[in-house]
Design a protein. Structure first.
Length: 649
């Protein structure tokens, strides 16, 4: 959450110098009250009554008075109308019909600034969207005008998002630092491999994943700071690995140390320990087996006589280090052995990474980046026509509309969906429509590649905000909006771009349920409790949700609501009364609970075959499927097999 701290600690000292006790007391109370109001407003990610005018941004921050009371308590802190704050995002432009189609939902979301409370970084995400949107529009206009010399990113093959980067020439590495540009960010499965030898006086070195530089800030944010201290630091004399993050707004976060300074402090990230338990433990017995033919007698004797704690790095010994992007965080392996894990922190997500910086006493041998997000070469897509979506006339009646959450640089996942379950006959015939809901990226290259993609395939709905994970509830709102306003769907479904959806079986299940009003269909959770552990990815404070349990909700990889629920979500949003909650699937459950209080009869239809944690044979929805696994699942179905999972993961 963006920090705009105001220092009130100095106020009492200043006031003591003034004469007149009553005046001093009155001024102090007034200032404290003003600070309390501003702090409350800022703390909820809303604009305070005093904001800064910045002429360098396309979204103008202006000074405005506090508005009169409004009936919606969620919008009571709003002081700047959406029309002012997001005006740059909704300017009328001369777009082609394909682009207009991609902005159908966009044009219904002018009021999202009213819904920042409860969504971390919401205002900042809209402000940043205005900046990158202006940049994208300038680039496309120059291209349309034929002024290719002034386009910041020429559309040449070498400038497309690459899949693989490597530097293996030692002469290219500086004495103490090296930087590898990551053109289009990282995605799940991306990996950075560094081969080098800790050297120099101490052998200490660090690897930093940094994001794009922001206007007005001297240094870019650090998404991951991986610091190896072979001779310890102020807290220990033993070697230690320190992991952390840094932003201009908040400074350094909380250190995570391996081995941990606190015994037993070893949380899981992607089911792997934050610190491998063998780090820091005595390894004197590792080479004492007389049966080992790979260990010399000298090594055995040395280890017996000089017991030492295991640490993955050693001065003057080369190491192969791989930092791999996972679902929940970044995993480090050293010489093939898992060493540390680091969970993503708020607003510091892998798609933001624009550069890898390596510095310190490390003699580099090579640096490789693999599994990077890369877009399709449209000139070589043989089945382009088959992958293009069916055009949808306005308000076209549909049996089912499926909205898919995706992020801008997840090119491969979207292509896997297009080549697999979007090829179901119901989708190709137009009775079922599928659209990807994608926010803007902070990287110009990614936005330009996304712009080409949406014009080519016609299945992307662009969102008017930068795509932080904490804002996915806005996408749920967008899916309900499209499913009831752009088209008129009997059922509206939400899923993810790493979910495989058996469209035919979803339709068959809905027909068997035979519920057309007040329906929530999916893997229903009726007794879930908020996560109160701050280390949890789904941590919820008491302020965000005070009750001990949530109302019934359906897991996000695949759930369906009937048209009346989706339409009620859209209409409630329009009146300014839609409660925002950062867990989007739980948010839908909260919204439905409010509808029940208003008299709606709700049917919760539980579908056990929606698998939230992977794939099981007989699935209706399988989650966490890689592009390769998606293609495998589709091939099995095409070969006439039942819904069998792919076990070669």
């Amino acid at each position: 959450m963006e920090a705009r701290a105001i220092d009130v600690k100095i106020l009492p000292k200043k006031l003591k110098k003034c004469s007149g006790g009553a005046l001093i007391g009155s001024l102090f109370v007034l200032l404290v009250l003003m600070y309390g109001v501003m702090k409350n407003s800022i703390g909820q990610s809303s604009l305070s009554s005093l904001v800064i005018f910045n002429t360098s941004d396309s979204l103008k921050w202006i000074q405005a008075a506090v508005p009169p009371a409004v009936p919606n308590p969620e919008a009571s802190n709003r002081v700047i109308s959406a029309d002012i704050l997001v005006s740059g995002l909704f300017l009328q432009r001369n777009f082609s019909e394909k682009v207009k189609s991609a902005l159908q939902t966009w044009n219904h979301m002018k009021r999202i600034i009213d819904y920042t409370q409860g969504l971390p970084n919401a205002v900042e995400a809209i402000r940043e969207a205005g900046v990158v949107w202006d940049s994208l529009m300038n680039s496309t206009e120059k291209e349309q005008n034929g002024d290719a010399s002034e386009i910041s990113l020429p559309k040449t093959k070498e400038n497309q998002c690459p899949y693989f980067l490597n530097k293996m020439n030692a002469k290219e590495f500086g004495d103490n630092s090296y930087r590898l540009q990551i053109p289009c960010g990282l995605v799940q499965g991306s990996a950075i491999t560094v081969i080098g030898t800790p050297n120099g006086l101490l052998g200490n070195f660090q690897i930093d994943f940094t994001g794009e530089s922001l206007k007005g800030e001297p240094n870019p944010p650090i998404i991951l700071h991986y610091n190896v201290r072979l001779h310890g630091d102020k807290l220990t004399e033993d070697p230690v690995i320190v992991q952390n993050t840094w932003t201009a707004a908040h400074g350094w976060g909380e250190e995570e140390r391996c081995p941990s300074a606190v015994p037993g402090n070893n949380k899981k990230v992607d089911e792997l320990n934050q610190c491998n338990q063998i780090v820091g433990k005595d390894d004197s017995q590792r080479y004492t087996s007389a049966g080992s033919s790979n260990v010399s007698m000298w090594s055995v004797a040395w280890n017996r006589s000089k017991p030492r704690a295991y640490f993955p790095f050693k001065q003057r010994y080369p190491s192969v280090m791989t930092l791999r992007v996972g679902e929940e965080g970044i995993q480090m392996t050293v010489d093939g052995k898992h060493t540390t894990s680091f969970a993503y922190r708020e607003r510091l997500e892998p798609w933001l990474v624009s550069e890898v910086q390596i510095s310190g006493d490390l003699e580099l041998i090579s640096v490789l980046a693999s599994g990077l997000p890369t877009s399709e070469d449209l000139d070589n897509v043989a089945d382009l026509e088959a992958l293009t979506s069916v055009p949808l006339p306005p308000n076209k009646p549909l049996n089912l509309f499926i909205g898919v959450f995706s992020t801008a640089n997840n090119f491969k996942r979207r292509m896997a969906v297009r080549r697999t379950w979007m090829q179901y006959p119901a989708v190709k015939s137009g009775s079922v429509a599928v659209r990807f809901f994608v926010g803007l990226h902070k990287n110009q290259m990614v936005n330009e590649e996304l712009w080409k993609e949406l014009q080519t395939y016609g299945d992307i709905q662009l969102m008017p905000f930068v795509d932080y994970y904490s804002l996915i509830t806005w996408k749920t709102l967008a899916i309900c909006t499209f499913g009831t306003q752009a088209v008129s769907a009997k059922y509206v479904m939400k899923t993810d771009d790493d979910s495989f959806v058996r469209v035919d079986e979803v339709i068959a299940s809905l027909e068997r349920a035979n519920v057309t009003h007040g329906l929530l269909y999916g893997l229903i959770n009726s007794n879930a409790r908020p996560h109160r552990n701050p280390d949890s990815k789904w941590y919820i404070t008491q302020e965000e949700w005070r009750e001990e349990t949530y109302p019934p909700w359906a897991h996000g990889p695949g759930y369906v609501v009937s048209n009346d629920i989706a339409k009620a979500v859209y209409k409630t949003h329009g009146t300014g009364h839609l409660k925002m909650f950062k867990l989007e699937d739980v948010a839908m459950g909260i919204w439905i609970e409010e509808m029940k209080r208003g008299g709606l009869q709700v049917s919760y239809v539980k579908e056990e075959r929606v698998y939230n944690e992977g794939c099981k044979d007989g699935y209706v929805v399988a989650h966490y499927q890689s592009p390769r696994e998606m293609l495998c699942l589709w091939q099995k179905l095409q070969e006439g097999m039942e819904a069998k999972c792919c076990r070669d993961r």
